[in-house]
Design a protein. Structure first.
Length: 337
């Protein structure tokens, strides 16, 4: 955000790879709202898009090749917001150049390549990568986690998630609902329970007429946790009303819910209610701010504090099994290496 930092040290010089919806949001965040960081470069194969974005800020360099951005000595750390199928080479480049990376989910498209990243990072002997599971940084989700960890509600037994998008691009296929959307709840459940998912079933209810031809939407996923707990998730990405993400945790001594959207409550024109945000950039704006600030602070200290490549790998394994279950309707066992 600024060239003067709270501790007198140089700000973290951040490059952003991919300036589509999420990357543009992160670039603006780093440039305007994150302390001790500076947006210095963006990379995107669509140079027009990159140029238009960079024009909004001072002194931001533009790269067509993301690997050149990573290698550039003027870039200290990298936000990877490109599509998942190019994450592997971009994360590997960050590891090779010893640069901290915040990589948007999914870590990669399949378990094998995610595991290659876990191993490459281990071989380098230094943790450098945080995966963008931003729900962990959402103030409500963080409070829920703290409450469960305090033991006040007793042992966690069940989690019920709702994940609804107003709409998605037509290119969004059934498998992407698992890999790009459900993946968040995969991480939430591993994190809240503090356990691995050992079995996943993805059910296919009758699809909405708003779904693109052949797309199974909504889907209902059921996870079995290693300790015997269970979780359900409704993922519905063309629900038309707006963006809604909720999580209810049911424990031995009570339950707790986040995401009820109880912002400003209005009574007007014979109606009562509040607003449903349009998309995740609005719903999770605070979570993204906290996530990126925490990543910047940790990178400047030389640490990684958020979800790791292992978390990214574990989520990819579960989603891969979920995509199989979606095809067959049968439960799939999940095994981590
Ligand atoms: C998108 O890629 C995200 O990560 C959003 O958080 C999620 O809600 C949405 O379903 C995905 O398409």
């Amino acid at each position: 955000m600024t060239e003067s930092t709270q501790d007198g040290r140089r700000p973290l010089r951040v490059g952003v790879i991919g300036v589509g919806m999420m990357g543009a949001d992160h670039a603006e965040r780093v440039a305007n709202r994150i302390a001790n960081a500076e947006l210095v470069a963006v990379a995107d194969p669509d140079l027009e898009r990159a140029t238009a974005l960079a024009a909004g800020f001072d002194g931001v360099r533009i790269f067509a090749d993301p690997l050149e951005l990573v290698a550039d000595p003027g870039v200290d750390a990298v936000v990877i917001a490109s599509p998942g199928f190019v994450h592997e080479e971009q994360v590997l480049a960050c590891l090779e150049h010893g640069k901290f990376a915040l990589c948007e989910k999914p870590l990669t498209m399949d378990a094998e390549s995610s595991l290659r990243l876990v191993e490459a990072e281990r071989r380098g002997g230094r943790q450098l990568v945080q995966v963008g599971f931003m729900r962990r940084f959402d103030p409500e989700y963080a409070a829920l986690k703290a409450m469960l960890d305090s033991g006040d509600l007793g042992r966690l037994l069940l989690v019920h998630n709702v994940h609804r998008n107003k709409t998605v691009p037509d290119s969004f296929r059934s498998e992407m609902i698992v890999r790009d959307s459900l993946v968040h709840e995969v991480d939430v459940c591993r994190w809240l329970f503090g356990e691995e998912i050992v079995e996943i079933t993805v059910h296919s209810p009758a699809p909405t007429s708003n779904a693109a031809e052949g797309v199974i939407d909504p889907q209902v996923a059921v996870f079995r946790m290693a300790g015997g707990g269970m979780a359900t998730t409704e993922v519905f990405v063309t629900c038309t009303i707006g963006y809604e993400v909720r999580c209810e945790a049911s424990a031995e001594l009570g339950n707790a819910t986040v995401g009820l959207g109880s912002g400003v409550f209005v009574r007007s024109a014979n109606r009562w209610g509040g607003e449903v945000p349009d998309d995740f950039r609005v719903r999770f704006a605070a979570a993204y701010d906290v996530e990126v600030q925490s990543w910047v602070d940790a990178s400047r200290r030389g640490e990684v504090v958020g979800p790791t490549t292992w978390d990214g790998y574990a989520a990819t394994v579960v989603c891969e099994a979920g995509m199989e279950s979606l095809k067959s309707g049968a439960p799939m066992k999940v095994g981590l290496s």
